[in-house]
Design a protein. Structure first.
Length: 472
């Protein structure tokens, strides 16, 4: 009898072990040998992730920002609505401090839907879907038309010279380099055409420029983005064209050497208008005067809804505060969230923040502006010692599949804090789909995955927890 009883216990233990193994396989043993600094830290981080992964408020907030308010072009009514929405959202959270920072921003407006077509006498018109590049001058009511000259580099333009370019429309068609692992590499390899194409075209007497979108994505979305002029040269209108349509235009040009192009844009620069950064804080219990900043930019381009760029960054920052509140985590230092205005055009928000806070002490500034995708880790612009400290936190994130902790950039908005010696940290995410959306009509709420965005929120909240406890 006794022996049999022992056998039954052994049997139960065996089943328990099998069940444990099975559950372990399902859950991936993510807490096994968790090498976090202390068991208590491990638990806090686990709780942050758990709450973020079941929480739905932030996704609902993003939906409102994207679907009800929409794209938030700097200086627009939508941007103002975004400011008021974020301010009210923070107020409702009953955190310690909510306020706005006043600033002035440019007010560029797109005007009517752009019109464009290629044409010759033989084939008639072939329509193209173009978008005015941000801050471009318009063409005037009648539009502009001229022979099209295609180039892939500024050197090519130089070789062609004024005699071949004057009075024509330059078509910049250098494709983004797809060999980079990060898609930012491809963007970086082609974005100069958008930023200074109109300057280089005007240098040789062009009357307008058409620019292939700076993206590794092959699709029909034209991407906008900021462009610059040189005051000593004529300001000529610039439009973006999708990668697929750029290929089509190239094909038509090879078939019809006499191809001309027409486009009409009514975009214009209105007088500057007042706008705001929005700030929300949870005060530190021991060092309220020392700040850990987290944020993203509230403005966006107007073709889409500013979902990944950078609605998710703003919403994730607010979510960090919510996670602290919900879990009752009391930070020693002040956790400050900032929604920056005007990242896309003049960075007036980032500049103003740095100016207004120059006498405050920041321990670190963290920005999420790479889209709401699966996080890989963090990059840091700081001293070698600070970067080493950041790397020492990496083991705490291994259970959550974050392995990238390296020297690198922080973010555009927080970059103005660099001269004050503040360590700048950027959330590094999977970039593969970012430029499918970036600055295009495709940057919409539907393309944001709730779990991916929330993994980013949790990663930032966890890093802030560790910095608050262990410093940098
Ligand atoms: Zn952005």
């Amino acid at each position: 009898m006794k022996k049999r009883h022992k056998f039954e216990i052994m049997n139960k233990l065996k089943y328990a072990a099998i069940l444990f193994l099975f559950l372990g396989l399902i859950y991936g043993f993510e807490d096994r040998n968790n090498p976090v600094s202390t068991p208590e830290d491990s638990l806090v981080i686990r709780n942050i992730y758990s709450e973020a992964l079941v929480g739905t408020e932030s996704y609902e907030n993003l939906m409102y920002l994207c679907k009800v308010i929409g794209g938030r072009l700097t200086g627009s009514k939508n941007a103002e609505n975004g400011v008021n929405y974020v301010f009210d959202l923070l107020k409702k959270m009953n955190i310690d401090n909510v306020y706005k920072q006043d600033l002035m921003v440019r007010n560029w407006v797109r005007g009517e839907k752009e019109i464009a077509y290629a044409f010759t006498d033989e084939i008639g018109r072939i329509g193209f879907n173009v978008c005015a590049l941000g801050t471009s001058v318009g063409t005037g009511e009648n539009g502009i038309s001229g022979s099209l000259i295609e180039v892939k580099s500024f050197d090519e333009l130089k070789i062609l010279g004024r005699e071949n370019i004057e009075g024509k429309i330059v078509f910049f068609n250098r494709a983004a380099d797809e060999r980079g692992i990060s898609t930012g590499y491809g963007y970086g390899s082609s974005v100069d055409q958008r930023v200074i194409g109109a300057i280089e075209g005007a240098r040789y007497g062009a009357i307008g420029v058409v620019v292939r979108s700076a993206t590794v994505s092959h699709d029909n979305f034209p991407h906008t983005g900021v462009m610059h002029y040189n005051d000593s040269l004529t300001k000529i209108p610039a439009v973006g064209i999708s990668t697929k349509e750029a290929d089509e235009l190239d094909k038509q040009l090879s078939l019809f050497k006499n191809l001309k192009f027409y486009f009409r844009t009514t975009c214009r620069q209105n007088p500057d208008v007042p706008s705001n950064n929005v700030i929300g804080e949870i005060k530190g219990s021991e060092h309220p005067e020392e700040i850990i900043l987290v944020g993203g930019h509230l403005d966006s381009w107007d073709l889409g809804e500013g979902a990944h760029d950078d609605g998710t960054g703003v919403i994730q920052g607010i979510e960090v505060l919510r996670l602290y509140q919900k879990l009752g985590i009391k930070p020693k230092h002040t956790i400050r969230f900032a929604a920056f205005m005007d990242e896309e055009i003049d960075q007036a928000g980032g500049r103003k923040y740095a100016e207004l806070t120059k006498n405050e002490k920041h321990i670190a500034a963290i920005e999420s502006d790479g889209g709401g995708f699966v996080p890989f880790g963090f990059s840091m612009d700081g001293t070698p010692e600070q970067v080493e400290k950041l790397k020492s936190f990496q083991k705490d994130f291994e259970p959550y599949f974050l392995f990238y902790f390296r020297k690198g950039g922080g973010g555009v908005d927080i970059s103005f804090l660099k001269k004050a010696g503040i360590p700048l940290i950027g959330l590094v995410v999977d970039s593969q789909r970012y430029f499918d959306y970036h600055h295009s009509g495709n940057d919409v709420f539907e393309n944001v995955n709730r779990r991916e965005m929330q993994l980013g929120s949790a990663a930032m909240a966890s890093l802030i927890f560790l910095i608050d406890k262990y410093g940098l």
